[in-house]
Ligand binder design. Structure first.
Ligand code: NAG
Ligand code: NAG
Ligand code: NAG
Ligand code: NAG
Length: 315
C-alpha cells in the first residue's frame, strides 16, 4: 500500500533475549546515550519551560485516549516496586528454595520456558510474577509456533534471524495470543509483558500503523482483564497517550538511545511504574563517572524519572 512510500521507518527493535551476552556493550551504550541522548532530549523540550516540576513535559496527543476498562487487575506493580527481568534462560529455582537473589518484589520471566512450579515457588517467596511473551512477532521455537499461518507474517526482524513481524489484525494471530494469555493465567502469572507491539516503527513488511497497535492493545487488554492480569506496554512511545488507560506499567529498553525518555514521563504522572532495562543507577553512575561523563542520577531526575523503578540486567 502507499504507506510503504511514506516516512522510512526507524529501526526500533526490542533487545530482550540474549541481552546478557552483550550486557557490557549495552551499559556502555546507555552511558553514552544518557550523556548525549538525554542531553539532547532536555535541550529540545527545554524551550520556554524551565520548571522541572511542571507536568507539561508529558507529550500531548491529538487522539483521545481509550476509555479506562471497568475491570481492574488483581495486582499491578507500583511506582517503587523493585524488579528483575530474566528472559534468556528459565529461572533456576528449586521448589524448596527459601530465598532468591536478587530479593526484588517482581520477577519478569519467560511465559513458556518457566514452569507453573517455578511461578508457585516465587509466590511462596512473596514475589509477584510478570510473564513475558512476544505478542507481535513469530518466533520459530515456541510450542505454538506451528499455529501461525504464512499470511500472518511480514518481514523478518532485523537482527533476529527466523523471527518475523506479525499482522496484528489477523484473527489467527489474535486467537494464538488469547491462548498465550490463558496459559499465563493457568500458570499463575500476575501480569504479562507482551513484546513487539510497536511494529509500526520498524520495517515490518505489513504496512502496520500506530492505529493497528492501538487496536491490538485494546484486544490484549480485554484478553488479559478477562483473567484479571495486569499488562505492560513495551517501548512504543508514540502510542503511550492513547493506550495509557489500558496498561499498568511500562517496560522500556532503549529510550535513552532514542532520546525519548521524556515521552515516558506520562506513566509517572499517572502513577504507573516504568520498568527500565538498565543497571542500577548507583552502578551506572559509578561507571558513568569512571568514564568522566558526569552524573547520570541528576539527568534522570531532571527528566522526572526519579520514581522510575530500576533493576539489574541478568548479566
Ligand atoms: C517512591 O520512593 C520515593 C523515594 O523513596 C518516595 O519519595 C515516593 O513517595 C515513593 N512513591 C510511592 C508512590 O510510594
Ligand atoms: C487493520 O484493519 C484496519 C481496519 O480494518 C485497517 O484500516 C488496516 O489497514 C489493517 N492493517 C493491516 C496491517 O492489515
Ligand atoms: C473489548 O471489550 C469491550 C467491552 O467488553 C468491547 O466493547 C470492545 O469491543 C472489545 N475490544 C476489542 C478490541 O476486542
Ligand atoms: C516524544 O516527544 C517529543 C516531544 O513531545 C515528540 O516530538 C516525539 O515525536 C515523541 N516521540 C515519539 C516516538 O512519539
Amino acid at each position: 500500500m502507499s504507506s510503504k512510500l511514506s516516512n522510512a521507518p526507524i529501526e526500533h527493535r526490542s533487545r530482550r533475549k540474549r541481552i546478557s551476552l552483550i550486557a557490557c556493550a549495552v551499559v556502555i551504550i546507555i552511558v553514552i546515550a544518557l550523556a548525549i541522548g538525554l542531553g539532547v532530549g532536555l535541550t529540545r523540550k527545554g524551550s520556554g519551560n524551565n520548571d522541572p516540576s511542571s507536568p507539561s513535559s508529558a507529550p500531548t496527543s491529538t487522539v483521545s485516549p481509550l476509555p479506562s476498562p471497568t475491570v481492574q487487575p488483581t495486582w499491578a506493580p507500583t511506582v517503587n516496586s523493585t524488579w528483575q527481568i530474566v528472559l534468556q534462560n528459565p529461572l533456576e529455582l528449586s521448589s524448596d528454595a527459601t530465598s532468591i537473589t536478587p530479593d526484588v518484589e517482581v520477577y519478569d520471566i519467560d511465559l513458556f520456558t518457566n514452569s507453573a512450579e517455578v511461578i508457585s515457588t516465587l509466590h511462596k517467596l512473596g514475589k509477584k510474577v510478570i510473564c513475558y511473551f512476544s505478542a507481535g512477532s513469530y518466533e520459530p521455537d515456541r510450542p505454538d509456533s506451528g499455529d501461525f499461518k504464512d499470511a500472518d507474517k511480514g518481514k523478518e526482524m532485523d537482527g533476529w534471524p527466523g523471527e518475523y513481524w506479525l499482522n496484528l489484525n489477523s484473527t489467527n494471530v489474535r486467537n494464538i495470543m488469547t491462548k498465550r494469555v490463558e496459559l499465563a493465567a493457568q500458570k499463575g502469572c500476575d501480569g504479562v509483558d507482551p513484546d513487539n507491539v510497536d511494529g509500526y516503527s520498524n520495517t515490518n513488511g505489513l504496512s502496520l500503523t500506530p492505529a493497528d497497535s492501538i487496536s491490538f492493545l485494546s484486544f490484549l487488554s480485554n484478553a488479559t482483564l478477562a483473567h484479571k492480569l495486569s499488562m505492560g506496554l513495551k517501548n512504543a512511545a508514540a502510542i503511550i497517550d492513547d493506550v495509557l488507560p489500558l496498561v499498568h506499567f511500562s517496560v522500556n529498553e532503549q529510550c535513552a538511545q532514542y532520546s525519548e525518555c521524556s515521552n515516558f514521563t506520562a506513566f509517572i504522572t499517572h502513577h504507573k511504574p516504568l520498568l527500565r532495562r538498565q543497571r542500577r543507577r548507583r552502578e551506572l553512575q559509578h561507571r558513568h563517572q569512571a568514564h568522566g561523563l558526569g552524573r547520570v542520577g541528576r539527568v534522570l531526575q531532571l527528566l522526572g524519572l526519579h520514581h522510575a523503578a530500576e533493576y539489574e540486567l541478568n548479566a
